[in-house]
Design a protein around this ligand. Structure first.
Ligand code: CMP
Length: 139
């Protein structure tokens, strides 16, 4: 059964470009409730663990370098059918393939620097949320 939570990060490119407010507004307008949120920065070790499933990919080094170069906003979002609906809201991984009006179409610049993360399954949403937030930080 689908759970009603997903995990997101507003990535360093979108934070650097001043898009935190606009992206959060789109998230709220789409009906997601924020149940945990912080401005933080991943260490190299954090990023290597978080993206562990991509460790054999040719872009892994670039991905870790990018995700650690500045602050991110991490958040847990709640909505019915959260994982799937959030992936629809953010659009395809590659912004060139993302649908009009999606967050990546509007704010991402490349497949690597793609503005936002959205969990790809309920299991990963739970795992990723727990990586970033303690029970006391989640409402
Ligand atoms: P996301 O889907 O949030 O998590 C995995 C990330 O790896 C993805 O976003 C991109 O930022 C990055 N990524 C995926 N494919 C490529 C690629 N071909 N080149 C560079 N980075 C990539």
């Amino acid at each position: 059964m689908a759970t009603n939570r997903t995990f997101t990060m507003i990535k360093p490119d979108a934070v650097e470009n001043g898009h935190i407010g606009a992206i959060l507004a789109k998230i709220n307008t789409a009906g997601f409730k924020i149940v945990a949120m912080k401005l933080t920065q991943l260490s190299k070790r954090d990023a290597e663990i978080f993206y562990g499933e991509h460790s054999e990919r040719p872009f892994f080094g670039e991905l870790v370098e990018f995700m650690t170069r500045g602050p991110i906003v991490s958040a847990i979002l709640e909505k019915e059918n959260a994982v799937e609906d959030f992936r629809t809201l953010i659009g395809a991984t590659n912004p060139a393939e993302a649908a009009e009006g999606t967050i990546r179409k509007m704010y991402a610049t490349s497949i690597g620097e793609n503005a936002v993360h959205g969990s790809d399954s309920d299991a990963n949403a739970a795992k990723e949320g727990a990586f970033h937030f303690s029970g006391r930080e989640t409402f």
